[in-house]
Design a protein around this ligand. Structure first.
Ligand SMILES: Nc1ncnc2c1ncn2[C@@H]1O[C@H](COP(=O)(O)OP(=O)(O)O)[C@@H](O)[C@H]1O
Ligand SMILES: N[C@@H](CCOP(=O)(O)O)C(=O)O
Length: 316
């Protein structure tokens, strides 16, 4: 399980007191998640999630706090950093940056249908529209240059079939990089997988885990989401789910001609991003008690995306 930093009740009580939310009733480490330590926290005044930031861009916490405030103010269903009675959002616990957020209702779904996908498309468009005009700049640490650098290094760790597939994708990224970076931008979630959305039945109750969020091409966010929400076991896109997600998104933010042209490329780029991060995690955390996602899933998806039969809904 991924509780990297266990906590004892007395230190938690001391940490939670300045929020003025009543006594600590219960707390529980959350096994899901692979980056940070999370706890469900029951206080007299409600249910919360405590996050201790373990890895990644710790110095950029103010960006995440500001972005979630913007999205919360736009009435989007996202967690956000609660303030202590003195107005402090970012705190420290056990030597780690720590945030307390409201706990969103619902649970993750494994088997998505077209109705789930339509809601994901709709919420993703709202997220982009809420930030497009006043985007908060943050360069991702897993962008195209990272893919080219890490991917090139990883080629020698792969078998012939895998390295051909990756090599071809890296060449495409090199060729299309300028065009990709010129696509319309906003703040993007950049990790909208099924395990980062909460549902009650078919109602989407919220998005979590914004620690990959950045400024970037909106189409990249759509491709990341679609690759997870609309793929079958063999990595193939399910047409009905894909059309539902894309149609709901485009109804709020129509795609541009440049986005339609780069769509198949973007689906492949989004596969490379997660294939590589999973390969790296599998090597770095081998044998440790950390949740590791299967890299093969993205190898299959990338292989299937060599041909894309679901075009972007785009009207001239
Ligand atoms: N605000 C929240 N409301 C409800 N559940 C949450 C919230 N934040 C995290 N969780 C739960 O904690 C789990 C791990 O959180 P996540 O942010 O995905 O961790 P990680 O950054 O380590 O991948 C989620 O799968 C979800 O069940
Ligand atoms: N959703 C991702 C995990 C998060 O990506 P990371 O780069 O922050 O580790 C996946 O399923 O691989």
């Amino acid at each position: 399980m991924s509780v990297f930093t266990p906590l004892a009740r007395p230190e938690l009580e001391t940490f939670l007191a300045p929020y003025g939310l009543g006594r600590l009733l219960d707390f529980q480490g959350i096994a899901a998640g692979s980056e940070n330590t999370n706890f469900f926290i029951s206080l007299e005044q409600g249910e919360f999630v405590l996050t201790l930031v373990e890895r990644g861009p710790v110095q950029e916490m103010p960006f995440f706090i500001e972005l979630l405030d913007v999205l919360h103010d736009a009435n989007l269903p996202v967690p956000y950093a609660l303030r202590t009675t003195d107005g402090v959002a970012l705190r420290e616990l056990a030597g780690k940056p720590a945030l307390l957020q409201p706990r969103l209702a619902g649970k993750h779904i494994k088997d998505a249908n077209a109705q789930h996908c339509a809601q994901v498309g709709e919420l993703l468009a709202h997220l982009h529209l809420a930030t497009q005009a006043n985007m908060i700049k943050r360069k991702t640490d897993r962008g195209l240059d990272w893919m080219l650098e890490e991917g090139t290094q990883f080629l020698s760790h792969l078998n012939a079939e895998q390295s051909d597939l990756l090599q071809r994708a890296l060449e495409e990224i090199t060729q299309q990089k300028t065009k990709i970076l010129a696509l319309p931008r906003a703040n993007i979630h950049a990790d909208l997988f099924r395990d980062n959305a909460m549902f009650e039945g078919t109602h989407l109750t919220g998005l979590i885990d914004f620690y990959n969020a950045c400024s970037g091409p909106m189409l990249y966010d759509v491709a990341i989401a679609l690759n997870d929400w609309c793929s079958d076991e063999q990595g193939q896109l399910d047409g009905a789910r894909a059309r539902a997600l894309l149609g709901a998104y485009a109804a709020l933010r129509p795609f541009t001609a440049a986005e339609a042209e780069l769509w198949p490329t973007m689906l492949r780029v989004a596969c490379v991003r997660f294939w590589l991060s999973r390969l790296i995690a599998a090597e770095s955390f081998a044998g440790q008690d950390v949740l590791i996602h299967d890299p093969m899933e993205f190898q299959l998806r990338l292989a299937q995306r060599q041909k894309v039969d679901t075009p972007l809904p785009f009207a001239l």
